[in-house]
Ligand binder design. Structure first.
Ligand code: CA
Ligand code: CA
Length: 248
């Protein structure tokens, strides 16, 4: 090996090293570039469309399938899980699982019991009557709490009276003043705008299919109840029928 070889070897080695450095920088730059493009094109968590209260009549109807929640959060080792017992409305129903004998009677807010959330645009204030379509297969599986904006509401706590093995509409909540007594479940809406309706597990094993809210005290849903309320807003801002929301 003479000097030329050494020089050639050295310059070749330098070039190789520089190529290696360039490759590393190129790779880093490429990753940075790709990440930048991702940031530019990635969706920015669009606001979800909300259910719209019907303002076309005197009943102020809101109708929502239980399985069309905006959020579904587990708690107390329990979950709201999909259920497909025959006869359900919409795309299915939601069961409080596992059915292991748990009954969370009090202090369930904000998240001491599994909770599903439904965002609703209220256009009417005042007393709203709450109807739940559900299946209580046993006296230990037949109640649910309804609330508003993640807070307990005394007048829509412990909605029950789902006897038998068929789907039943009930707006009866336990009356704490009268053992065994019941009163209509209601929500007082004090201002219009978007609010979050909550459904908490009370007794596990309850199967929740649909909820209807109305300002009409004489309204009684039958069958699978009124058509589901449309949604508006979200990414497009456009009116739409139910848009599936994937929440894992
Ligand atoms: Ca149970
Ligand atoms: Ca349903």
């Amino acid at each position: 090996m003479h000097l030329g070889h050494i020089i050639n070897f050295t310059s070749s080695g330098c070039r190789g090293a520089m190529d290696l450095v360039s490759a590393v920088y190129y790779k880093k730059f490429s990753l940075f570039f790709i990440f930048g493009i991702f940031l530019l094109v990635a969706p920015t968590s669009p606001a979800l469309a909300v259910f719209q209260q019907d303002d076309s009549g005197s009943q102020g109807l809101i109708s929502i399938e239980a399985e069309h929640y905006h959020a579904n959060t587990s708690a107390a080792g329990h979950d709201w899980s999909p259920n497909s017992t025959a006869g359900f409305s919409g795309d299915g129903a939601m069961e409080a699982t596992p059915n292991s004998g748990l009954n969370i009677k009090d202090n369930y807010a904000p998240l001491n019991s599994p909770r599903m959330d439904y965002d609703i645009n209220f256009v009417t204030t005042g007393t709203h009557y709450v109807w739940v379509l559900g299946l209580g297969t046993h006296t230990g599986n037949d109640s649910i709490h309804i609330g508003l904006d993640n807070a307990e509401v005394a007048t829509s706590k412990a909605v029950e009276q789902f006897p038998g093995t068929d789907w039943i509409w009930s707006n009866q909540r336990r009356d704490p003043a009268v053992p065994g007594g019941h009163l209509p479940a209601t929500l007082e809406i004090t201002s219009t705008g978007v609010k979050t309706l909550n459904a908490w597990m009370r007794e596990d094993g309850f199967i929740f299919d649909k909820i209807v809210i109305t300002t009409d005290p004489a309204f009684v849903p039958t069958g699978t109840g009124p058509a589901e309320s449309f949604q508006k807003g979200g990414a497009s801002g456009a009116q739409a029928n139910y848009i599936p929301i994937i929440v894992e």
